[in-house]
Design a protein around this ligand. Structure first.
Ligand code: AMP
Ligand code: ZN
Length: 431
């Protein structure tokens, strides 16, 4: 653990103000922020006297970043840039982030720090199953793991059989993957001729997509390993914005490097600690692409109190959803995470599920498809119906909507190589 991680809150605030000012100086070098900041009377970093003054700065949105494509947010000479990453999301122009060597070094420090927080060390063999490429998941943790002295296997995503072979032959102790891929792999172990005894796996670092505590526990139980949550987004570099320590009680958001705010998603005013709102982040350690007060659209809350590990950066709860993923079904608001939580608590429910919403006449219809153990299908049809009814009843009790339940055999529902697609909303017809 480095000193910066255990700094007292007062010293941390002073460091944040210093670094925020530096970030504003950098931002003023871009055409986009020059206009934005001057619009609210900020002409130099000296116009920020306290951390409170940060609230004068307007929020930055994904649309802003798209409009600045490709070079509108570049604050350094192009010759000083050594890397770019991009995230396309679901629509249109990608958002692009540039890094200088200095920026990459700071990010590497953070990823190494995160890996240490999750209990990893130089004797670990680290198999990185996140996609290497424009997506930040692969390269993101790679350099931190090397810096820490882990043996890094840059496996990238997909090709499950090869993943097993690498895990077995090189004695992988830590993997980095999406939680949905961890569950998918588990279903393939036997059919691909392996058994859990072939592996030395101790930990999985999972991230890139929302997942409930129930999913974490499922992966932990199936593999008999520890699972740690990793949060990040390309606009803030990628993985290692927030990471769980071995206490497993929320993710430390590295506040020396990111300025953290949680705001009400409608009023955009700050919410008290413990209340859920939209996460707003400013990156304090990047010189090529400054981003201030970025509305992540991710919903979370601050966990009040200190962590037993001694780190002083505050912790956020796992992401419960996004401001744009709320479903409105016949007028009732439902977050996909609520459905996941309920069904994954049921022991009969397997490792994959999907939520389908469509129109039936004038009404909306919610269909929940889940995989279940193969034995269910050899049972009496009455048992299958009883299970369907129980799942529907549990959901109705929580979300007040009566869903149709479809049961599928393991491995039958679609699996993505990258982030899982849990919701298919057929009401949103492509234009
Ligand atoms: P990208 O910029 O393409 O890497 O996507 C970043 C987004 O992935 C975030 O804004 C979150 O919505 C989601 N995400 C990343 N890590 C997690 C995590 N640990 N839990 C939930 N959602 C995550
Ligand atoms: Zn901790």
């Amino acid at each position: 653990m480095t000193d910066i991680e255990t700094m007292d809150r007062e010293a941390l605030a002073a460091l944040q103000l210093l670094r925020f000012k530096r970030a504003v100086t950098t931002a003023l070098k871009t055409p986009f922020y020059k206009k934005r900041l001057q619009g609210v009377g900020i002409r130099s970093a000296e116009d920020l006297k306290t951390l409170e003054d940060i609230r004068k700065i307007p929020y930055t949105t994904k649309e802003d970043l798209r409009e600045a494509y490709p070079y509108g947010l570049l604050a350094v000479d192009k010759d000083d840039v050594v890397r770019m990453h991009a995230s396309s999301g679901t629509t249109g122009t990608p958002t692009v982030i540039y890094q200088t060597q200095h920026d990459l070094d700071r990010w590497t420090d953070l990823t190494a720090r995160s890996l240490v927080a999750a209990g990893c060390g130089r004797s670990d063999v680290f198999q990185n199953m996140m996609t290497y490429g424009l997506f930040t998941g692969g390269l993101g943790l790679h350099y931190g793991a090397e810096k820490l002295g882990m043996l890094v296997i840059p496996a990238s995503s997909g090709n499950t059989k090869r993943q097993f072979q690498l895990m077995k032959d090189f004695g992988t102790t830590v993997v980095h993957a999406t939680p949905s891929y961890m569950l998918h792999m588990y279903n393939r172990i036997e059919e691909m001729g392996y058994s859990l005894n072939d592996f030395k796996l101790k930990k999985a670092l999972v991230g890139a997509e929302p997942h409930s505590e129930e999913i974490r526990q499922k992966i932990e139980k199936l593999y008999t390993i520890d699972v740690y949550n990793s949060y990040g987004l390309s606009e803030m570099n990628g993985p290692s914005v927030a990471f769980e320590c071995t206490e497993k009680k929320g993710m430390h958001l590295w506040e020396d490097s990111y300025y953290l705010e949680i705001v009400d998603k409608h009023s955009l005013e700050p919410v008290p600690d413990g209340e859920t709102g939209e996460l707003v982040l400013s990156i304090l350690i990047r010189t090529a692409t400054p981003i201030l007060r970025y509305r992540t659209r991710d919903l979370t809350s601050i966990i009040p109190g200190k962590c037993a590990c001694g780190r002083t950066s505050r912790r956020i709860n796992r992401i419960v959803g996004r401001t744009d993923d709320m479903l409105i079904i016949n007028g009732v608001n439902v977050f996909p995470s609520q459905i996941e939580e309920i069904i994954m608590k049921m022991t009969e429910v397997g490792t994959n599920y999907r939520i389908i919403v469509k129109k039936e006449g004038v009404l909306d219809k919610l269909i929940v498809q889940t995989e279940v153990g193969p034995s269910i299908f050899s049972d009496d049809a009455r048992d299958i119906n009883a299970l369907k009814n129980r799942i529907a009843e549990n959901l109705r009790a929580s979300i007040t909507i009566n869903p149709a339940i479809e049961l599928h055999e393991p491995g039958m529902l679609p699996v993505q190589q990258g982030k899982a697609i849990r919701v298919v909303d057929e009401r949103r017809k492509p234009v």
